[in-house]
Write a protein that binds this ligand. Structure first.
Ligand code: NAG
Length: 518
């Protein structure tokens, strides 16, 4: 009996081993997000959750804990507040500059922590690395000898086109940072001035990134003895990612544009349908009756109490005069002049609120996640942008007919008028819901897309065959600047020679005629 059973078990085990591809699932994934903001981690954790649900093991390195049980959290003892200005509302436009100058030291300090060093000694199949302020982990990843994937908490932006190896068309894609406030029809590309600004700013960010930031990061690492010998330059390591995972939905981008095969769209991975509100909140919301309620949140990165006191007072006055109730995300416990129809909360379940049938309008700063969530739930918005891509996100909601933009100089009457317009609009909710159908209509849910491509990279040892040669090319070669320069130079030379020839001929003729006359 024994001699029959044993071979059978053996055979079964062998077939199971053969049938199951060891790289399919159960990958060990290291997710490095050493400088993530809270809102960025919404996307990162969405990706991590999808991987875990697929059977992978995820270790997440972050500057704070989000208390999620499905991943193994490794919290670095660093202070993310070193990277951002104290008051984003008043200094929003300069925030990117601060990020630039402070990031080399921040990143090197994060890498030097015991926690980071310990986690980098473990074995993984693939590393995921966020695009903001984590480049200094690349030498360590190189030493691990595993492929890595760049993860962007937004779409593909300025300095990362070259890292992703994706051509950047400044001729029709408006620049995120320098986008002007007026609405331009770009169905035939951008006007000359915008193309000029976009091209120059993309060259400037390319130079700043490659010649300043990366080299100062490299020297910060070397000064801490964190750059192992025989490791290629940071510039070279940065241009070696297997994939570039975006928090963007391809069919919903403001401008349709071409992407190389390694750029993967997984936007909306964190979205979920709304769950019922807590009994207490539900009762309060229902108390507004058919007039419904307004939700006002400036997201997680902006501290609402940083707003100018004048502005807050104006809001209190306007909100207090409305028939609707107002739910306001506010970072302090109390507000002394709070009107009876307004309720504040430090933490409010945004996605559940946005899906509530009694919600009439969402007043938002226009961050990417908030915008996506508004679209997902088909809610009209009033935007109060502060920095970065928020202007662009909100401008799009306006041009699509489901949003309005206000600014920090708005007065009482105008704000009341805007609120009234949006709440009573016959078309805005319909437009929001129409845009929402684009979001639902995708070939595969983003969780499946992300997990498929991550395991693809592991299965094919970094999937080098997908990489577009553009990733290894300097910008002047990619855009044929040398070719155009040669063509123009040769033309100029021809014109010069032609003129020269004509001049010589002319002189000869003149001389001959002169001689004849003599
Ligand atoms: C690039 O990544 C591959 C793995 O995907 C690795 O084998 C190779 O050594 C890396 N090269 C550089 C220069 O980083």
């Amino acid at each position: 009996m024994k001699c029959v059973v044993l071979p059978v078990i053996w055979l079964m085990a062998a077939t199971m081993l053969l049938l199951s591809d060891p790289a399919q699932a159960g990958n060990r994934v290291l997710f490095l997000a050493p400088a993530a903001s809270k809102s960025h981690t919404n996307f990162f954790l969405g990706v991590a959750k999808a991987l875990v649900d697929n059977g992978d093991e995820v270790t997440m390195v972050m500057p704070f804990s989000r208390g999620k049980k499905f991943v193994r959290e490794v919290v670095l003892p660093v202070d993310i507040n070193d990277l951002i200005p104290k008051n984003i509302i008043t200094s929003g436009r300069t925030a990117p500059m601060q990020l630039f100058t402070k990031s080399p030291t921040y990143c090197a300090n994060a890498l030097a922590t015991e926690e980071a060093q310990a986690v980098l000694k473990e074995n993984y199949d693939v590393v995921m690395l966020t695009v903001f302020v984590s480049d200094c982990f690349l030498p360590a990843i190189y030493q691990m000898g595993v492929p890595y994937i760049m993860v962007s908490p937004a779409g593909l932006m300025g300095p990362w086109f070259s890292v992703a190896g994706n051509p950047q068309f400044t001729s029709f894609i408006p620049d995120v940072m320098f986008s002007s406030s007026e609405n331009i029809d770009i169905s035939h590309g951008l006007p000359f001035f915008n193309r000029m600004v976009g091209t120059l700013s993309s060259l400037a960010t390319y130079a700043l990134m490659n010649f300043y930031l990366i080299s100062s990061m490299e020297s910060a690492l070397r000064s801490k003895d964190l750059y192992p010998a025989n490791t290629p330059s940071l510039h070279e390591l940065r241009h070696n990612s297997s994939l570039f995972l975006l928090n963007s939905i391809r069919s919903m981008e403001s401008v349709a544009q071409p992407y190389v095969p390694t750029v993967i769209h997984a936007g909306g991975i964190h979205l979920h349908d709304s769950n019922p509100l807590s009994a207490d909140l539900e009762e309060w919301v229902q108390g507004a009756g058919e007039d419904g309620f307004i939700f006002f949140s400036m997201g997680s990165a902006i501290t609402p109490s940083d707003m100018p006191e004048e502005f807050r007072k104006m809001l209190v006055k306007v909100f207090g005069s409305l028939k609707q109730r107002v739910l306001w995300k506010w970072d302090l416990e109390t507000m002394e002049d709070l009107p009876s129809n307004v309720r504040i909360g430090k933490w409010l379940p945004q996605q559940d609120i946005l899906g509530h049938t009694k919600l009439r309008v969402f007043i938002t700063h226009g961050g990417l996640h908030s915008t996506m969530e508004a679209i997902h739930h088909g809610t009209p918005v009033i935007g109060l942008p502060v920095m970065g891509d928020q202007y662009l996100n909100l401008k799009e909601s306006v041009s699509q007919g489901w949003g309005r933009i206000i600014d920090w100089n708005i007065d009482e009457d105008t704000l009341k008028q805007v609120l009234d317009d949006v709440i009573n609009s016959k078309t805005m909710r319909g437009e929001a819901q129409r845009i929402s159908t684009f979001l639902q209509d995708q070939i595969k849910p983003p969780s499946e897309v992300a997990t498929y491509w991550v395991s693809y990279v592991v299965r094919h040892n970094g999937a080098k065959h997908l990489r577009c040669p553009a990733i290894k090319m300097p910008w002047w070669k990619l855009y044929n600047v040398d070719v155009w320069t040669t063509v123009i130079a040769v033309q100029l030379l021809c014109i010069y020679l032609f003129c020269k020839m004509m001049a010589t001929c002319f002189r000869c003729c003149c001389r001959r005629t002169k001689k004849k006359v003599e």
